[in-house]
Design a protein around this ligand. Structure first.
Ligand code: GDP
Ligand code: IMO
Ligand code: MG
Length: 437
């Protein structure tokens, strides 16, 4: 068996959570491989809405095992709150969630450093979610991090104190009143108290060497879906650096973040919106700062799932999409939020960029560092609602034309189209045998 991968192709929030929840019955295991609570994955079904930050989006399916892989970073406070919300819906998460012992811990002092780093950037802010992501991965790379496995170490308390002291010494270099910095609305002392208390919630879960668990599961014929967080344009290496997150969000991240060999990667499902959004700072060539952008934000409810910030909205960017398809080895495209474009008279699609009077459709270094002008092709919109449609053939001709054009330009089939936030508002082209087995 191979691991199928589901990955965001834009700047995050493509709708990964919805699709993972939809596909979960076709997999035995769903595994997160990178990122942390900067992620906000929204699931809607049976009249309720759930936002997941650390827990994989297969959690509402009791028969699906969910794995928080070694590449993920965990904030016990956020994890404990998330678990409490999920369990209210009758799920016994201790039965279908396990955690890698190699996953790193986000400390309260990581959140503090995140705030200081961000403040120090002045007008050049990343727009971080301030969940401590950058500082935690920095500690991992500089070999100073704390891991879930350390929870079983008798020296845990002194390890924590030493790391906190090191972080506070670092923080003092910023000459700011640290006591005035709030961590997710709490003082440092309050957050730390919650953090220490929440460690017992993590200790209640099975903590495993998940690389063995996953590889042995594959050997036993179990089907695994790897769930990406963020999106390819936020990838540490290939995204719009430095306006990126601190992990590899692309398919390659699955190998390092779960301990899966490259030859065991199967289908790669690339999720994208029929338009484009970004939250936080950084370049966004197709951004619309006009009433069309405002329309997309309102109709698409484009407000951050983690921070509530309004998302920047714009047209679909084909060069960026093709770049992401190349980096990830996408075998199937999944198009989300087609319904948000209902009633838009004319849809623009960016097919190339103008950079310094030259046309290009490459995302080379300069595209993210210089002013680029998008070059658009126009597509006719459609008037009717997509409500009640359950087969591709029933789509308005104009939507079919848009999808067919994207398939021609990317060379990849659009295998799934989402027409609303609900689990049921999902249209498969062909049959479900594409997914899972
Ligand atoms: P993720 O981070 O990739 O899981 O995406 P988010 O959950 O942050 O953002 C996607 C948002 O779009 C959520 O509010 C979803 O409920 C919603 N959504 C997902 N698919 C669709 C769709 O096809 N149509 C509409 N209108 N909303 C959708
Ligand atoms: P999901 O998984 C959208 C963005 C932040 C910021 C940059 C760095 O829900 O798609 P960080 O907190 O990592 O230091 O922030 O990355 N960002 C996201 N944007 N969706 C996400 O996750 C994101 N996770 C981080 O807004 O610009
Ligand atoms: Mg999100």
């Amino acid at each position: 068996m191979n691991v199928d991968v589901l990955i965001g192709l834009q700047w995050g929030d493509e709708g990964k959570g919805k699709v993972v929840d939809f596909l979960s019955p076709h997999y035995d295991i769903v595994a997160r491989f990178q990122g942390g609570p900067n992620a906000g994955h929204t699931l809607e079904f049976d009249g309720s809405k759930h936002v997941l930050h650390t827990v994989p989006s297969g959690i509402f399916h009791p028969a699906t095992m969910n794995v928080i892989g070694n590449g993920v970073i965990i904030d016990p406070v956020i994890f404990a709150r998330e678990i409490a919300r999920i369990e209210k819906h009758g799920i016994n998460t201790r039965k279908n969630l396990i955690i890698s012992r190699r996953a790193h811990l986000i400390l309260p002092s990581h959140l503090l450093l995140d705030a200081l780093f961000e403040n120090a950037r002045g007008d050049n802010k990343i727009g971080s979610t301030l969940k401590g992501i950058g500082p935690t991965y920095t500690d991992k790379v500089s070999r100073q991090g704390m891991r879930i496995g350390d929870l079983d170490d008798r020296e845990f308390d002194s390890l924590y104190s030493a790391n906190k002291a090191r972080h506070l010494a670092w923080a003092s270099l910023y000459h700011q009143d640290i006591s005035a910095i709030m961590l997710q609305g709490l003082s440092f002392a309050e957050y730390e108290q919650q953090w220490l208390g929440a460690l017992s919630v993590i200790r209640a879960y099975e903590r495993v060497d998940s690389e063995y668990y996953l590889n042995e599961s594959l050997d036993n014929g179990r089907r695994i879906l790897a769930e990406g967080a963020q999106g390819s344009m936020l990838d540490l290496d290939f995204g719009s650096y430095p306006f990126v997150t601190s992990s590899n969000t692309i398919t390659a991240g699955v190998c390092a973040g779960l301990g899966i060999a490259p030859r065991r990667i199967g289908k790669v499902m690339g999720v994208f919106k029929a338009y484009c959004t970004r939250v936080g700072g950084g370049p966004f060539p197709t951004e619309l700062k006009d009433e069309t952008g405002e329309f997309l934000r309102k109709r698409g409810n484009e407000y951050g799932s983690t921070t509530g910030r309004p998302r920047r909205c714009g047209w679909l960017d084909l060069p960026a999409l093709r770049y992401a398809i190349m980096l990830n080895g996408v075998t199937h495209l999944l198009m989300m939020k087609a319904d948000v474009l209902n009633g838009v008279p004319e849809i623009n699609l960016c097919t190339s960029y103008k950079v310094n009077d030259q046309y290009t459709d490459h995302m080379d270094y300069s595209v993210f560092s210089e002013r680029v002008q998008p070059v658009y092709e126009q597509f006719r919109g459609w008037k009717q609602s997509l409500e009640g449609i359950d087969r591709f053939e029933q789509f308005p001709e104009a939507l079919k034309t848009y999808i067919t054009f994207l398939e021609e330009k990317t060379g990849v089939e659009v295998a799934l189209i989402s027409t609303g936030p609900n689990r049921n508002q999902t249209i498969i082209r062909g049959d479900m045998s594409l997914f899972g087995r």
